[in-house]
Design a protein around this ligand. Structure first.
Ligand code: PHE
Length: 360
């Protein structure tokens, strides 16, 4: 049989087999039968050696061409089969993303963050913006600008965490209160100023009611005619809203802070007779925050003229406030990252508190 005819036969034959091969194993069997060591094409190629040069000149290119075309057809079919297999797998593994989730999400807003949000909503309604500052502070913002004299024992009062001293001998520190944010707010904006500043603060303290990191909210108002009466009304109103009672009564006890004059601690009326604390009634008092009129030295340090402006400031501990409002008996689980605890005491993160829509 002429070589051209043999090539045409093999090509037609193998082409049909390749087209109908249903998987990679069948394809491999065809490859072995045609191009393998004892395959039809290979056997024909072996005969080239015994041919005359004229015959070889025709048969050589014909066989090589056949080999190339069969290899190409086999590869193309292999790629088709692989793609089909992949599509089939993808089809069977398909997820319907429009189905509702099978599990309740476990994440929840920590009560401390919830209280931040609630107070931000209450004070925003009174025209306060939210300010922030860094956790790592310097002596100027945390102490000096707040009228703590150098070497004054009030600096020790806060049990400060200091960083290693820098080359010039200065030491950064973890802020001991949110009051340095007052300083930053006054340095970076002009009165009238009305801000609250939530944040983490740090002191060397560790027992049932103290953790070395805790949370405060600072409040600051600077304007020309601000006085103690504004401070009192603003805070009393804020706590009525926060505890969701019609009114709270408050009293202000004289106190000392280097950065306020006069300074006071604010108590709100409560009832402890039934075992748990009820706010807004009873004959007891609950200490809730520190406050006062901003000391003229602080205004001066922050570039504000104390002859023209005055202001009030307050700072409160958020962790204890959250315990109070949401009846959590112990502070320590706050920071233990216990999923069961957060499931029980946490809040849905998408239900942001608002003054009009409800706080909690
Ligand atoms: N910074 C004070 C503290 O941490 C609280 C405070 C703030 C008091 C602002 C008065 C005015 O104890």
């Amino acid at each position: 049989m002429a070589i051209e005819q043999q090539v045409a036969e093999i090509e037609a034959d193998a082409g049909k087999a390749i087209a109908s091969a249903s998987d990679e194993a069948a394809l491999e069997a065809i490859r072995v039968a045609e191009l393998g060591k004892k395959g039809r094409v290979s056997l024909l190629m072996r005969e080239l050696g015994g041919m005359s040069p004229e015959q070889r000149q025709i048969a050589g290119p014909a066989l090589n061409g056949l080999k190339d075309r069969l290899t190409a057809t086999l590869n193309a079919r292999k790629a088709d089969l692989e793609l089909a297999a992949l599509n089939k797998r993808l089809e069977s593994e398909r997820e319907d993303l429009t189905l509702p989730p099978r599990f309740e999400p476990v994440g929840a807003l920590h009560p401390v963050m919830q209280v931040f949000e609630e107070l931000a909503a209450i004070f925003a309604d009174m025209g306060f913006a939210v300010a922030e500052g860094p956790d790592i502070e310097d002596d100027f913002h945390n102490f000096t600008a707040l009228n703590f004299p150098a070497g004054h024992p009030a600096r020790e009062m806060h049990d400060t965490f200091f960083m290693k001293p820098a080359a010039d001998g200065t030491r950064k520190l973890l802020r001991t209160h949110t009051s340095p944010i007052q300083v930053r707010a006054m340095l970076s904006s002009k009165p009238p100023i009305r801000v609250i500043a939530p944040g983490r603060v740090y002191r060397k303290d560790w027992d049932a009611t103290h953790t070395p990191m805790f949370h405060q909210i600072e409040g600051l108002v600077v304007d020309e005619t601000v006085h103690m009466g504004h401070l009192k009304t603003c805070l009393t109103e804020a706590f009525s809203r926060f505890f969701e009672v019609p009114t709270t009564q408050s009293r202000f006890r004289p106190h000392f802070f280097p950065f306020t004059e006069p300074s006071a601690e604010m108590d709100i009326r409560c009832d402890r007779s039934g075992g748990e604390i009820k706010i807004g009634q009873g004959d007891d008092w609950l200490e809730i925050l520190g406050c006062g009129m901003i000391h003229p030295n602080v205004l001066k340090s922050c570039g504000i003229d104390p002859e023209k402006y005055q202001g009030f400031a307050f700072g409160l501990g958020v962790d204890r406030l959250a315990m109070l409002k949401y009846g959590m008996p112990d502070l320590r689980p706050y920071f233990e990252a216990d999923v069961e605890w957060i499931k029980h005491y946490g809040f849905k993160p998408w239900l942001l508190p608002t003054v009009t829509g409800g706080l909690s």
